[in-house]
Structure formats: structure tokens, C-alpha cells
Ligand binder design. Structure first.
Ligand code: NOJ
Length: 739
């Protein structure tokens, strides 16, 4: 498939990397092979370590040895350190090396640096690329003030198996939302000019297909059709690169049998040939050495050879390039030209960041003080947290709650808990800065004594007498807030689960509390979609609150009491049962689809014990008012290159001002390959007063009608398309001919 055809159909123009310069050519001409290997080596920063990152300890050497290695020209970049003072020391050591090439400082700034934002999955629930861009900008301003140039983010792995723990880090199951947020986050991190001291290089990762691990088990094998790779997994990368990202990380996993780190087809033909990527490809942590455990490399030298020849420019943490590239080049097993190509890309990154002209950019102790944990960044974190919350059910308009006149029991292990607000990868965050639910809710109440707080259970195990105390608190209250779900370390890297349910001890608490007979609002905390059961799935009100970061308490209180409307929508489908995984709303059609009217009809696609549907599918979520849809207008015929212009009248049919989320999905009725049963192609939001009616226009670009056809080429196949437009639980259907 031609890369340009894909780019054209997806409307993307891959950005070329910084072109390099006479300075770079001059340096390469002077570098020894050992110095070249040094530039291609990236190590965990032991000079200014940060505690909270998920990487096993591999080859530690201590700060002094690291500084000596830097001066010896054996280090190209450091990662996961934080703080200006330590970075200045390291940079000074680099400037003392023979060629004085500056270091780049990278880190896993996944959802905040010092000020922790909602996990990326939660932020995706806002369905708001402009907000994601603003959040990434705010995060970049703080991170770059703390001595960082580069973030290993955004994660753009489309995640359709909720057992996989890293669902938390990305934008969920939908391709369009992943594309939009990949581009928005890259723009936000990088800002307008990479040379500015407040810009952060972005890294769409992990290339590619990582999230499709078998059984949802972390690091397991990945097998998929090339059409699926191109239609589902590559477009978010293309969007991130198109927005200017100059780095990526190769996936830990294999791809159709060849580990990504050794996969020349994936890292060179696809990444560079098809997607036009011209930046730096980094191995994941120790992943070149892991080629031995994968069983494709005989030893470390072989692993280094496979990785560099596949297209891995930089080796992360293993040190294999330092150890083996000189001999591999000497023996002719690796051409010097390939090493030079990789070095050129790394030096071009340093040049693009302006490091040759100002090696101490982003290493300013005054800026560090001024731009860290400021009221402004905290306000942005709170805004994002509020916009991330999804109201999944609100029977009898139980919410919003009044701020006075009701006794509230906040029950569950997360009611007064600060340790589990942030979730995975909360880089330099400090749990002590977090505001828990009890504090946020109490601050909203006219009479703070109206709130009773009972843990009722531990996260994983019962508390002695916990259920009895919780039931008594429920009985004494008018309404129960049930704060249950996952601990912060139950999702994220290395945290795949076989059952994506609420832990048993908490489920028992939920059953007992529900039996007390008071209305229950579930405040669900998680880093993935969960399979809700029993009293939790039956609760009259359910708010999905993910891991919202340090502003959890105020954000949840804003929504609970109606200071803010809940506007989030699910970026991942909540299944009926774990056994349905992997599942996504845009799964492909089958030859025996079940009819809506009889989802369990024998002989049709479903499980013996569950239909082929979700409890709350992708896009679910409501506000505090209702909307009506009417007068859907769509063209009967769409000419080549023309957008599908859709118009629909939306009326606020409720009693409160609110924001409608209007969405258009399509289905290609007859194609050379089976198509998704439906797929979101456009959406818009509109705020309306009670009774107000407005016409909303949605434009679906022509390229969105394309598929990777049976011959592996992107194209629009002429024929009939279904069109659904929905808002607030209402849906209208139409169809059009695409030519
Ligand atoms: C391993 C993870 O897969 C990757 O996402 C992360 O950037 C590196 N470790 C560095 O911490």
C-alpha cells in the first residue's frame, strides 16, 4: 500500500524531521564509533531519580559512574529523572565530553508531571481535543520547568481489550478519538516551536499493535491482519506524526511472530515507508536485550544487530549499543551508514530542541519554582477532571444532589483515600497534594456534619465490622455515595487482569449497603472499563470517575452537586462480562448477526450466556437534562472528494441548561472486506437552554468512508452507507450513496 495514498485518505501530511545541518555533518565526521554508540544510548537517570515509575531495576550504576559515563561520551539521553539542579550537573558533564554534545532529558510524563491530571483514558472521556491540547500544554510548561525536554507520551495504542492494564494510558477503543487526541496531545506537548524552553518533544507509542496482546496479557504475542493494523492501529500514529512528533518507541511485543524491536518490516517499511516518519525510533526499556528471551537473538551482540538493522535508532537502558555496536561495525555485520543514519536522527532532535545553541534550555531554577504546581495548572487539572467524569445512569433524577437538607453517607475504601487518586504513571506527583472525595464533598455542603464517612471494606479484603458500620451509616442517611473500584496499581503497565470486576470484598459491601434500601450513587474508580455486577450494575446512579488525579475531590463534588454538568462520554465500552473481551462497539459484522429484537436468538452471534452487546457501550454518558432530535438531513449521494454534510435539529427537552453530544456513525453496507457494524465519524457539542432548539451540522470528510480493501489498498468503495445520528439516547437513521 502506498503511504501517500493512506496519508491522502486520512487527510494527513507527515511532517519531515528537522533536516539536519552542517553542524551535524561535521560532528558525525569527527565522531568515533564509540561516541556514535553513546549518542544512541539512553539510560534511566540515576543522578536525579524519581520513585514512582514502572520499570524493573536493570544495570544500575549509581550517580557518580553515570556522570563519568556522560563525560566519556557514552550517554545520549537520560530518562525519568526530575529537577533542574541534577539536570544541570548532568548537562555540565556532557559539555565536558570530547565533542561536548548536550544530553536530552526525557521522562514518562503520561498525565502530569508534578501536578497529576486525570489518566489519559479519563481525559479521553471529555471527547474534547482542544481540552486535551490545553492540558498537554499545561503539563509541558510544568515538566519543562523541572528540567525535561521530552515526554514518552502520548500512548496511542487503540485499546479494545479491557483486561490489558495499559488501557488507562491511552484514548480507548475508538480510532477517530485516538487519532484526534494523538494529534492534540502532540501539539500541546510540543507547543508552537520546539526550540522554546517550555516545549516537550512528544512520543506517540508503542509501535505498533501493542494493545492487541493475546488474552489481554501484558507483553504477550500479537497476531493480526495487515488490514486491521492499517485501519485500526496505525492511524493514531499517523495523526501524531502528522502533528509533528519526532519520536516513537517500539512495542515490547512481537508482531505476527517477529518482535517489534527486531522487525524491519514494521520499523522501517511501515513506520518510515508508509507513514513517512523521519524521527527517532527508541527501543522500549531493555527490549533489545529481551530479543534473547523472545528467542530470536542468540546473544546480546546478535540482539543489538537485529535491533539496529530493524530500525531501532536508540537503545533504552540495556547498554547493548555501547557494548556491541563498535565490534558489529568493525566486523561488517552492521554498516556504518546505518549507524550514521541513526546518529543523524538523534543529533537532529537535539538541534530541533535548540540544545546545541543553549544546552541549558529548560534548566532554569527560577522557572522551576515559578512554573511548578501553580494555581493555574491546578485549575486546569480540576477542569479536566470535571470534564472526564461520565454519568452512566441517573434513575429518577437522583443527581444532582442538593447542598443542604440531605444526610449523605460516603461509603467505600476510596471515600477518604488519598493513595489511589492518581492511578498509574503519576511521575513526580505527590499523593499528599491530592484532595480526596470526602474533603471535596464536605467543602460543598452547607452543613459539613451532614456527611458521614465509612470505609466499610478494604480494597481487596474485608474490614472487621466494616460492613456493619457501613450499613448503619447507610440507614442513617438519605443517600449513599458508594466509592468503590480499582486501586491505583490495578491498571497500568504489567497490570493485566483476568477478571475486570470490582474486587470481591467491595462487591460484598455494595450488596449489603444496597440492601439497606437507601438510594445509591456509585462513584466508580478504575483505569479501564469494568464488568459491573449485582448491586453495582443495578445502582440507580453510576458516575464513572476513573483516576482523576490530585483534583479528584473537588471535581467529583462539582458534578455531584450540579455546579458542573456531567459531560463525559465513555471512550471504552463497559461489557456485560469479562469473557466478552476483546470487544468494541465497532466490531466487524458477522454472517449471523443477532437482531436487536432478539439478541439471544439461537444460532446467531452471541455467547451462550451473554448477547453481543455492552452494558454501557462506547459513547455512553448523560447530563442532567434531556435532548430531542428531529429533521435529520443528509445527502442522498456523496460525490468523490465531497464531505457528507449532516444536519439535525437538537432541542433541550429538559429543565436545565445542558450540553448535547451529537454524534454521527456510519456503516459501509457492501464492501470487499467485512466492515464495522458502525463506526463514529464525527461529533459535536452544543450547549442549550431549556426549550432551546438549534440545528447542528456535522461534516464527515470523504476520506472517512475509506477502508483498506481486500487488495490491501486504502480506497472508498462505491455503494450504500448507513448513517446514524444520535444525542442523549435518541437516534435517527438515514442512508446515502458514496461514489
Ligand atoms: C516501559 C514502557 O513500556 C514505556 O511506555 C516507557 O516509556 C518506558 N518503560 C520508560 O519508562
Amino acid at each position: 500500500m502506498a503511504g501517500s495514498a493512506q496519508a491522502a485518505l486520512l487527510g494527513l501530511l507527515p511532517v519531515r524531521a528537522h533536516a539536519g545541518s552542517a553542524r551535524i555533518d561535521g560532528l558525525i565526521a569527527r565522531m568515533t564509533i564509540a561516541e556514535k554508540a553513546g549518542q544512541l544510548s539512553c539510560f534511566n537517570d540515576e543522578i536525579r531519580p524519581v520513585g514512582a515509575v514502572f520499570n524493573p531495576v536493570v544495570d544500575p550504576r549509581g550517580a557518580d559512574a553515570m556522570l563519568a559515563d556522560i563525560t566519556a561520551g557514552r550517554v545520549g539521553m537520560l530518562f525519568n529523572g526530575y529537577g533542574v539542579a541534577g539536570a544541570r550537573k548532568a548537562q555540565a558533564a556532557a559539555l565536558r565530553s570530547r565533542l561536548g554534545i548536550p544530553l536530552i532529558f526525557a521522562a514518562d510524563v503520561i498525565h502530569g508531571c508534578r501536578t497529576i491530571f486525570p489518566i489519559p483514558l479519563a481525559e479521553a472521556a471529555a471527547f474534547d481535543p482542544a481540552l486535551s491540547e490545553r492540558a498537554a500544554r499545561a503539563v509541558a510548561e510544568e515538566a519543562s520547568a523541572g528540567g525535561l525536554h521530552w515526554t514518552f507520551a502520548p500512548v496511542v495504542d487503540v485499546a479494545r481489550d479491557q483486561r490489558w492494564g495499559r488501557v488507562a494510558e491511552g484514548a480507548g477503543e475508538d480510532v477517530l478519538l485516538n487519532r484526534q487526541l494523538a494529534a492534540a496531545r502532540v501539539r500541546g506537548f510540543q507547543g508552537k516551536d520546539l526550540r522554546r524552553a517550555d516545549s516537550l518533544l512528544a512520543t506517540p507509542k508503542h509501535f505498533a499493535g501493542y494493545s492487541a496482546v493475546r488474552g489481554g496479557m501484558e507483553y504477550a504475542a500479537v497476531d493480526m491482519s495487515l488490514a486491521e493494523l492499517r485501519e485500526t492501529y496505525l492511524p493514531p500514529f499517523a495523526a501524531g506524526f502528522g502533528a509533528g512528533a519526532l519520536a516513537t518507541i517500539a512495542s515490547f511485543t512481537d508482531f505476527n511472530g517477529v518482535p517489534a524491536t527486531a522487525n524491519r518490516w514494521l520499523l522501517t517499511d511501515v513506520l518510515r515507508g508508509e507513514l513517512g516518519f523521519a524521527g527517532v525510533c527508541v527501543s522500549d526499556y531493555d527490549a533489545d536485550r529481551e530479543l534473547i528471551a523472545h528467542g530470536v537473538a542468540a546473544d546480546e551482540a546478535d540482539a543489538a544487530r537485529l535491533a539496529i538493522l530493524a530500525g531501532v535508532d536508540v537503545s533504552m537502558q540495556s547498554g547493548l549499543y555501547n557494548k556491541h555496536l563498535p565490534a558489529l561495525v568493525e566486523s561488517g555485520k552492521v554498516p556504518m551508514a546505518r549507524v550514521d543514519e541513526a546518529v543523524r536522527r538523534v543529533l537532529a532532535l537535539k538541534e530541533a530542541l535548540g540544545l546545541f545553541d543553549d544546552p541549558f534550555r529548560s534548566l532554569d531554577a527560577v522557572a522551576e519554582k515559578k512554573r511548578t504546581a501553580t494555581p493555574a495548572i491546578r485549575a486546569t487539572a480540576r477542569e479536566v477532571a470535571t470534564r472526564s467524569i461520565v454519568l452512566l445512569r441517573n434513575a429518577g433524577d437522583l443527581l444532582p444532589l442538593p447542598v443542604k437538607g440531605k444526610k449523605i453517607a460516603l461509603i467505600g475504601p476510596f471515600g477518604a483515600d488519598k493513595a489511589n487518586l492518581n492511578g498509574p504513571w503519576s511521575f513526580a506527583g505527590d499523593a499528599r497534594d491530592g484532595i480526596d472525595l470526602a474533603t471535596g464533598i464536605r467543602a460543598m455542603l452547607a452543613d459539613p456534619a451532614a456527611l458521614a464517612v465509612e470505609a466499610g471494606s478494604g480494597i481487596h479484603a474485608p474490614l472487621a465490622g466494616g460492613i456493619e458500620r457501613a450499613v448503619a451509616a447507610a440507614k442513617a442517611a438519605d443517600v449513599v455515595l458508594l466509592a468503590i473500584g480499582e486501586a491505583g496499581d490495578m491498571s497500568g503497565e504489567g497490570n493485566s487482569r483476568t477478571e475486570i470486576t470490582v474486587p470481591a470484598a467491595q462487591q460484598a459491601l455494595a450488596e449489603a449497603v444496597a440492601a439497606a434500601g437507601k438510594p445509591v450513587v456509585v462513584l466508580l474508580r478504575s483505569g479501564r472499563a469494568l464488568a459491573l455486577e449485582g448491586a453495582v450494575s443495578d445502582a440507580p446512579a453510576i458516575l464513572c470517575t476513573w483516576f482523576l488525579g490530585e483534583q479528584t475531590g473537588p471535581a467529583v463534588a462539582d458534578v455531584l452537586f450540579g455546579v458542573r454538568e456531567p459531560t463525559g462520554r465513555l471512550p471504552v465500552s463497559f461489557p456485560l462480562a469479562t469473557g466478552q473481551q476483546p470487544w468494541s462497539y465497532d466490531r466487524r459484522s458477522t454472517g449471523r448477526p443477532a437482531a436487536d429484537a432478539d439478541p439471544m436468538e439461537p444460532g446467531r452471534s452471541h455467547w451462550r450466556d451473554a448477547p453481543d452487546r455492552a452494558l454501557f457501550p462506547f459513547g455512553s454518558g448523560q447530563g442532567y437534562t434531556r435532548f430531542a432530535l428531529a429533521e435529520l438531513q443528509a445527502p442522498a449521494r456523496v460525490a468523490k472528494g465531497e464531505a457528507v454534510q449532516v444536519r439535525v435539529a437538537v432541542t433541550n427537552a429538559g429543565l436545565r441548561r445542558g450540553e448535547a453530544f451529537v454524534r454521527a456513525d456510519i456503516h459501509d453496507r457492501i464492501a470487499s472486506r467485512t466492515r464495522p457494524v458502525r463506526q463514529m465519524k464525527a461529533y459535536a457539542r452544543i450547549a442549550l437552554d431549556p426549550g432551546e432548539r438549534r440545528v447542528v451540522t456535522l461534516a464527515i470528510p470523504y476520506a472517512e468512508l475509506a477502508l483498506v480493501a481486500a487488495d490491501n489498498q486504502w480506497r472508498v468503495e462505491p455503494g450504500a452507507f448507513d448513517l446514524w445520528v444520535s444525542a442523549g439516547g435518541e437516534e435517527l437513521h438515514s442512508q446515502f450513496e458514496g461514489v
